[in-house]
Each structure stands twice: as C-alpha cells, then as structure tokens.
Design a protein around this ligand. Structure first.
Ligand code: ATP
Ligand code: MG
Length: 333
C-alpha cells in the first residue's frame, strides 16, 4: 500500500499558482450516425461538436473546478465560435485563442467502422488550428500559469513547439510543473525533430499520462514494470496509466502503486476519454486531492464521456461526477 504521504504529496504546482494551460488544436467533429466504411456515399452526419484533444482536456479541467486556459487558433466562423463559446461557458480562459481571418476552423469528419476502428477526414494542417503562434496574449497567459500540460498531438502542429518551448522555460522559472500525454501518431516519431522534442518532454515532465502502447513508446522499453522504472529514471515523480475499460493506475517514484477499477458503462463514443481523464486528474491533483481520489475522478470523467455522442459532450462538473460516482457500478478488476 502506498504511504499517505505519497498519496497526498505531488510535485504538481498548486492551483493557486495559476491555471493549467495547454497548447494545440481546436476542431469541430462531425460524425456519421451509422457505422460503416468511410464517406464514399451520402450518409447522415451529426455535428458540429467542439473537439481537439487539448480542448477536451482543458474543458474537463475547467469543469471540475481547476483553473484552466488554452493557447490555440480558430477561424472567424461558427465552428470557431461554438468551440470558444463552450470553453468560455465551462470556465476556461480563452484569452489566448487567436482568430485567423484567412483560415477556417479545423475539422474532423469521423465514422466508426463495425469493428470500432475509425475513418477520418481531417482538415487540420491547412486550417486555423495550424496557425497557432506565440502571440502577446499567449505570452501573457503563460506568464501567469502554474502548470503546462503537453499533448502529443501538438507535435503535428508546426507553430506549437515554439510556444511549448517558451512555456516550459517560463513555467519552470515560476515554480510551476509539467505533465505530458504522449498521445501522438506513431508515424510522427519517424521525424528526428519530433523524436527529439518528444524525448525532451519525457525527460522533463513531472507527471506522465500514457495509455496502452504509449507507455512503451515513451519509456523506450517494453513491459509495464520496466517501462515505469525507465520513466522514473528521468524527472517524473508520478505516472497515471490509462487502461480504458480496465480503469487506471497510479505509480509513484518511491515504488507505490494504486489501481483504480473502471466504472461499468455502455460505450457510445470512445473519443475524448483519455483527454477527460487527464483534465480531471491534473485538476484534482493541483487542487490538493490524494492520488486515489484523482484517479477516481479521472476514471469517472473518462467513463462518463464515453456514454455520450461527441468528443467532450460528457465532460462533467464536480457535482455531475460526484453523482456519476455515487450511481455507477464499478467493473470488477
Ligand atoms: P483516447 O481513446 O481518448 O485516446 P486513452 O487511450 O488516452 O483515450 P483510455 O484509457 O481509453 O485513454 O480512457 C481514459 C479513462 O477513461 C480510462 O482510464 C477509464 O477510466 C475511462 N474509460 C475509457 N473507456 C472506458 C470504458 N469503455 N468503460 C469504462 N471506463 C472507460
Ligand atoms: Mg490517449
């Protein structure tokens, strides 16, 4: 059993130091109502839904009561407005979301295949999402932030690294902390520069939140125990491992571990589970909660989100997640 110290202590900076910030893509998601292969014939679609991994993360972080802000770019269009409106309404700082006059808001069309895998049509690289840059508003948000959460998806956006690099320096200087969700397409690691940046994040993050194979990719070693150990040989003091419908686990550098069983839900739309888990977990830890409680809220946030259509439609407030926890059975570990 972990000691109470480890459960309660965290290297993550307290919420009072300033908001958790993240950097990267804001998108709308438009999804097929039916399962099947791709978009080669007219089908019924639903959307737009606010989306983008960093946006989902920061929305959940704000909803549960953590101070939260995002650096991103949208177009001057309704797809941008639906996103900014949602994030603002849920309590996130949207002052560093810039608006591009030249590019439309990013989008992702998605259709689930019968086997649960997905077909996508993305417009990210040539959209406003790729126009994110280190604006004066972004610098101002970074200057008052207490924690940086880096999403692997940001490595696909050219301008994001300059902002991340700047934020790392400023936040460390302020006594803030850093978390990393290695969530990125594996092919991107074929590029030496991306590999180098990815490795740097693994090197300096205080908290790492991998899921599935990402643990091995981040650690550069196969096998759960070996990979965890390899990550603790770097700067990390805390790992929150996401296990989908098997829940999640907390590992601390002193060897302690907590396994938290998942909630039993009917999965309607798996998109966004990991991002909601992360947003809730980071907020809870920064608000001073022990690791077991943060895992519970993370599991609840992820599970609740998969019961609803839309990438962040199931993100929950603290009260909604308390109700969810009180009324939802747990899967047997
Ligand atoms: P994503 O698919 O968004 O990339 P991820 O792979 O990063 O997600 P997951 O492990 O799939 O992360 O989900 C995060 C958390 O959400 C899990 O640890 C779990 O607690 C919860 N969760 C996800 N899917 C389910 C499910 N089908 N049933 C119950 N809980 C779930
Ligand atoms: Mg993930």
């Amino acid at each position: 059993m972990p000691s109470n110290d480890i459960q309660t202590q965290t290297r993550l900076a307290p919420d009072a130091l300033g908001p958790t910030i993240t950097i990267g893509e804001i998108l709308v998601e438009i999804m097929a109502n039916s399962r099947g292969n791709g978009f080669l014939e007219p089908i019924e679609l639903m959307g737009p839904y606010p989306s983008g991994a960093p946006a989902i993360f920061i929305d959940q972080c704000a909803r549960i009561g953590g101070a939260a802000g995002i650096i991103a770019s949208v177009g001057n269009d309704d797809f941008g407005r639906i996103n900014v409106g949602r994030l603002r309404a849920d309590g996130a700082d949207v002052s560093a979301i810039s608006e591009s006059e030249d590019y439309p808001t990013g989008s992702a069309f998605v259709r689930y295949r019968e086997d649960g895998s997905r077909d996508f049509v993305f417009n990210i690289a040539k959209s406003a999402a790729a126009q994110v840059s280190l604006t004066s508003e972004a610098k101002a948000l970074i200057a008052r932030s207490g924690h940086l959460h880096v999403m692997g998806t940001a490595f696909a956006i050219p301008g994001a690294w300059e902002i991340i690099d700047h934020a790392i320096g400023v936040i460390k200087e302020r006594g803030g902390s850093i978390s990393f969700d290695p969530n990125l397409r594996k092919e991107l690691l074929g590029q030496p520069q991306t590999r180098e940046r990815f490795a740097r994040l693994v090197e300096i993050a205080d908290l790492i939140l991998p899921s599935g194979e990402e643990l091995f990719v981040a650690a550069g070693v196969d096998g759960e125990a070996a990979a965890i150990q390899a990550l603790f040989a770097r700067n990390a003091t805390e790992i929150a491992l996401k296990r989908g419908e098997r829940g999640s686990s907390f590992f601390a550098a002193d060897g302690s571990r907590i396994d938290c069983p998942a909630f039993k839900v009917v999965e309607v739309d798996p998109t966004g589970a990991g991002d909601c888990f992360g947003g809730a977990y980071v907020a809870c830890r920064r608000l001073g909660m022990p690791a077991n409680l943060a895992l519970d809220y993370g599991n609840a946030a992820g599970a609740r989100n998969v019961t609803v259509m839309g990438p962040m439609e199931g993100a929950g407030s603290r009260a909604q997640l308390d109700t969810f926890i009180a009324t939802t059975a747990r899967a047997i570990p």
